[in-house]
Design a protein around this ligand. Structure first.
Ligand SMILES: [Zn+2]
Length: 236
C-alpha cells in the first residue's frame, strides 16, 4: 500500500495542498492531477525536509500550474474592473479612492475603497484585509439563521475567519468558537450555509455520528447536495 500524506506549501502567501505519495521510485516527480491539484511522488527513504526543500524549489511552477490557485487564493495584484469571486459569482471590482480601506457590495458590485487605487499590490493587500471583514459579517448573519440548533447554554459562537485550505471550518465547544475558511466567501450562499450549519451542529455532537447527521439533515435536507456543489466549486 502506498503511504500518502498532505503537505501545505505556501507560495507568496497563497497556500497549496499537495498530495505526497511514497513509492518505489528513484526520484521525486511533481505533477498536476485532473482536478488541478499538485501531486508529488517520492522515493520511500526521502525525509520530510528533503520533500519541503524540493517543493520550495518548485513553488513557482506549482503556483503557475495548479488549478487550486483559482479558489484557495486571493489576487496578488488588483486593478479596477478586475474579476473577483464573491458569493459564487465572478464580479468586476470597482476600486475607488477613500481615506480608509473598505469593501462593500453595492447592487452586487464589489466596491473597494483604498487610499491609492493606482497601486495594484496595495489594492490587493487592502482587498485581502477587507474581504475578511466582509466574510465575517456574512458568516455571522448566516450563523444567526441557524443558531436554533445550538444548545442555549453555549450562546451564539464567535466566528473567526482564517485562510484555511485543508478544511472549510471547525468548531470548539470549549472556546465557543467556530473557525471558517476565508475562501468560503467565494462560494455561493447555500454552500456557505451548509458549512455554517455543519459547525453549529457540532455544538451538540462533536463527532460525525449518525445522530450528528440526523440533526443536520433535519434542519437542511439537501445538505449533501450543497456539500457536493461546494466541492465542485472549489475543485476539492
Ligand atoms: Zn465536522
Amino acid at each position: 500500500m502506498y503511504n500518502t500524506q498532505k503537505v501545505i506549501q505556501t507560495v507568496n502567501g497563497v497556500s497549496y495542498e499537495i498530495t505526497v505519495t511514497r513509492k518505489k521510485v528513484k526520484r521525486m516527480t511533481l505533477r498536476i492531477d485532473r482536478q488541478g491539484k499538485p501531486c508529488l511522488s517520492v522515493p520511500e527513504h526521502v525525509t520530510r525536509e528533503q520533500i519541503e526543500d524540493f517543493l520550495r524549489s518548485c513553488s513557482g511552477w506549482i503556483a503557475e500550474h495548479s488549478g487550486c490557485r483559482t479558489f484557495f487564493s486571493l489576487p496578488e495584484e488588483l486593478r479596477d474592473a478586475d474579476e473577483v469571486m464573491i458569493l459564487g459569482e465572478k464580479r468586476r471590482i470597482s476600486i475607488v479612492r477613500g481615506a480608509k480601506a473598505s469593501l462593500s457590495l453595492r447592487d452586487e458590485i464589489p466596491v473597494l475603497s483604498v487610499r491609492v487605487p493606482e497601486d495594484p499590490a496595495g489594492a490587493a493587500a487592502a482587498y485581502d484585509k477587507t474581504l475578511k471583514e466582509l466574510a465575517l459579517d456574512v458568516f455571522r448573519k448566516r450563523l444567526e439563521l441557524y443558531a436554533d440548533v445550538i444548545p442555549e447554554r453555549y450562546g451564539l459562537p464567535e466566528i473567526r475567519v482564517r485562510k484555511m485550505t485543508s478544511r472549510w471550518g471547525s468548531a470548539s465547544r470549549k472556546t465557543g468558537e467556530i473557525h471558517l475558511s476565508l475562501y468560503l466567501i467565494k462560494a455561493p450562499l447555500d454552500c456557505i450555509d451548509s458549512v455554517v450549519l455543519h459547525e453549529a451542529v457540532h455544538f451538540t455532537y462533536m463527532d460525525h455520528s449518525e445522530k450528528f447527521y440526523e440533526k443536520l439533515l433535519a434542519r437542511m435536507p439537501d445538505y449533501r447536495q450543497r456539500s457536493r456543489k461546494l466541492k465542485e466549486y472549489a475543485g476539492h
